[in-house]
Design a binder for this molecule. Structure first.
Ligand SMILES: [Zn+2]
Length: 270
């Protein structure tokens, strides 16, 4: 796997980290990976070596739990092959790739360098592992609602990340998606959408919640419904986006486009 990431520093420590004398993690195909699981280390400081020593020495695991560890300076440590089914999200291990940001985010904040490195890493991995469509916090996996990990808001992380994806990585790349501001009944929302092929795509959950709509996620079909109606949504890093006109229709809102400010205006009809 090519782990040369533009704008990021990756250190391969797979061969040097402490490992169990005999136990080895099971293996999977890259296409088995469906999500990136974001963790914090829950320690104020730390290193891949220290985590590996703990996971092997104290827990008796085959090796370090995470596939990648990101230090506060933004350096990415490559710890396990993505094919390794390491232990970090219980029953979801087979389909998840673990990324740990060093820090205890109950009392600290991730650094900008860490968040930027995480974004670049995920973006890079999603090109190499197209099945890895979702980006979830540890706490968002089944059975882990009780666990305060990664202890920072994943909704904001995904939004920042999807906006990050809209920025060119270098000058040769043109941005594909222009951000779109959203106003509801005259107030700007804190979330943004984006333009795709001339259509404004808006974040379904945030807009529906702000407008008092009911959002349902249908697990079997991976469909999102608002007020009982199906939308032609697209999922970007785990968040669903739908065309502004469709979303407005199911929320019974009028919609207007202001091309001079790239703003979708939605308001309750009379
Ligand atoms: Zn965790």
């Amino acid at each position: 796997m090519n782990m040369t990431i533009p704008g990021a520093r990756v250190t391969d420590v797979r061969a040097s980290l402490p490992r169990h004398k005999t136990l080895r993690y099971g293996r999977r195909k890259l296409s088995d990976i469906r999500s990136a699981a974001i963790h914090h280390s829950a320690t104020v400081s730390g290193s891949p070596e220290a985590f590996a020593r703990y996971h092997v020495g104290t827990n008796g695991w085959p090796g370090i739990a995470y596939h990648f560890v990101i230090q506060k300076d933004g350096v990415i440590y490559w710890c396990n092959d993505p094919e390794a089914i390491s232990y970090h999200v219980g029953n979801s291990n087979r389909h998840a790739l673990g990324i740990c940001l060093v820090g205890d985010f109950r009392t600290q904040k991730p650094t900008t360098a860490q968040l930027e490195a995480a974004n670049r890493l995920i973006q890079h991995l999603q090109v190499q592992i197209p099945s890895m469509k979702q980006v979830l916090g540890h706490q968002e996996y089944p059975g882990y609602a009780w666990k305060n990990c990664p202890a920072f808001p994943m909704g904001k992380f995904r939004l920042d990340y999807s906006q990050y994806l809209q920025k060119p990585v270098d000058k040769a790349d043109k941005p594909q998606q222009a951000p779109v501001a959203i106003s509801l009944n005259g107030s700007l929302l804190s979330v943004t959408g984006f333009l795709k092929d001339g259509v404004s795509m808006l974040p379904v959950r945030a807009v529906a919640n702000a407008a008092g709509g009911k959002v349902e996620w249908i697990e079997q079909t991976k469909d999102v419904r608002v007020n009982g109606k199906d939308l032609t949504e697209m999922v970007v890093s785990g968040s669903a986006y739908a065309p502004a006109r469709e979303l407005a229709a199911v929320l019974a809102l009028h919609v207007e486009w202001d091309g001079s400010t790239n703003t979708v205006g939605m308001r309750r009809g009379v």
